[in-house]
Design a protein around this ligand. Sequence first.
Ligand SMILES: [Zn+2]
Length: 435
Amino acid sequence: MTTLFKNVTAVLMDGADTVLPGAYVAVEGGRISSVGAVRPQGPFDREIDGAGCVLMPGLVNAHTHVPMTAMRGYGDGNNLQDWLHNYIFPVEAKWDDRAIRSCAALGLAEMIAAGTTCIADMYMHTGAIAQEVAAAGISANLSVGGVYFGAPEDFSPDACGDCANQRRLTEEWHGYNNGQILVDASIHGEYTSSAPLWQWMADYAHEKGLGLHIHVSETQAEHAECIARHGKTPVQILDEYGVWDGRAIAAHCVYTTPEDWAIMAAKGVSAIHNPVSNLKLGSGVAPVPAMLRAGVNVALGTDGVSSNNNHDLFEELKFAAVLHNGVARDPLALLPADALRLATVNGGRALGRRTGRIEAGYDADLILVDFSHLNLTPCHSVISNLAYAAHGGDVVMNMARGQVIYQDGEFFTIDIERVKREVADYALPRLFGNQ
Ligand SMILES: [Zn+2]
């Protein structure tokens, strides 16, 4: 299958922040085959006229928990501990694969309609999530979020449930469909596990050639308690067990230090910024401009909808774009192009994928944004409008891995009416019915 996008303004997300009017972007199979101002040699199986639209790389949501879509708004207005222990954990104990599948599909549909083409997800019942990702057509790095609450001396990989979950997920899904799904090794966080699990996950990731996904220094208490326990920050203590020796993504990094950034930059650890979740939960503000200056790759995530409360990465990147200017009292602290990079090319790098750029050889993860919408009119700068004025509802087409999966409100890989019925009739009664 070959496709030609024509009559579009293309935002390439290359090193020069190129915006190419009158662009032609050709797609062959799952990859971009050419980009330029001159029509390439045809014919093409399909031509998509993008007049009035901007074509840009699909957005990368580099930290999320997609089935938590079910908990949108549930328990809001409580402190973090009450929210987790009285609302979130009791509901999570009731999941089964069927409920996970419907709520994952609902979250994926929301993401797709708002321009996301690639995610890094961490959640339980991960095989059920993988089935929905496979059907939806986007790319995903999936992880189980390994926890271990036992005594360190009692640890055994054969008795640790999340070691078994990790092995099963890797064997069943890693590399699925030419890399559409990659499995990352995973530690939920320093505070929900101990050294034997860190060592096992680091060794397992190394042995299987996997990336690794972990929450790091999200709250002040978590960060301070780690220092009290180990005399080191989470980044530093995990470094001693080889956790950062392969590709790794560290979600939040709100309280990370300059010493932490030096390790992250040297070892290629990406920080995943989740500004809305960090603000909503009162966690704080990650030092993104300082991390970027220190050479850390920073990407963007929504975190779970339960702490956001949506999957709109355009909203997320606007928060990033304005938040750091306010904190630094400097309107140049994070430029619009910097914010766009977090949501595209930096996300691709964080996930070990060739996505987030419009360039020959990259995955054909592309979205059309309708610049005739009132909130994008007039347009003095395409980049500024994308960073500050656009929202997910401006996305009119989503192509993931060369397949158009969404256009003008219609989903081609998700039966959205069936999913909504399944969520309403099965998942919500199961999760919330007896409360
Ligand atoms: Zn998270």
